[in-house]
Design a protein around this ligand. Structure first.
Ligand code: SF4
Ligand code: SF4
Length: 99
């Protein structure tokens, strides 16, 4: 994550992130292996909701939260790595499933 970056918890970037082996291990330890799936190339991701968002994204009254925040995947912990025109919103994200 960028230094001094303040996330407003708008939830816009929370599309199913790719999972690395340690991410899968951590999710399994907290009983979330059912939320892990593979694509046609054998790469792992968190399952998506019907609206395309990550299955762990939750909406509270005012903002969004992550159900597995303490053990969220590496990509989520590192995001955003850069801002474009001052914005961290998703178009240019590392969350793209097909990169
Ligand atoms: S798009 Fe930016 S502000 Fe919104 S949840 Fe993601 S990191 Fe936070
Ligand atoms: S794991 Fe949490 S932080 Fe990462 S995309 Fe899903 S809801 Fe967002």
């Amino acid at each position: 994550m960028l230094k001094n970056f303040k996330c407003t918890r708008c939830g816009k970037c929370c599309y199913p992130p790719r999972l690395y082996p340690k991410d899968r291990e951590k999710l399994r330890k907290v009983g979330c292996s059912d939320f892990i799936e593979k694509d046609f190339r054998g790469l792992s991701y968190i399952r998506e909701q019907k609206n395309g968002k990550c299955a762990f994204l939750r909406k509270n009254k005012k903002n969004y939260s992550c159900k597995v925040y303490r053990c969220r995947p590496r990509i989520c912990r590192e995001y955003p790595t850069k801002l474009i025109n001052g914005s961290c919103e998703p178009e240019m994200l590392v969350f793209d499933k097909y990169k």
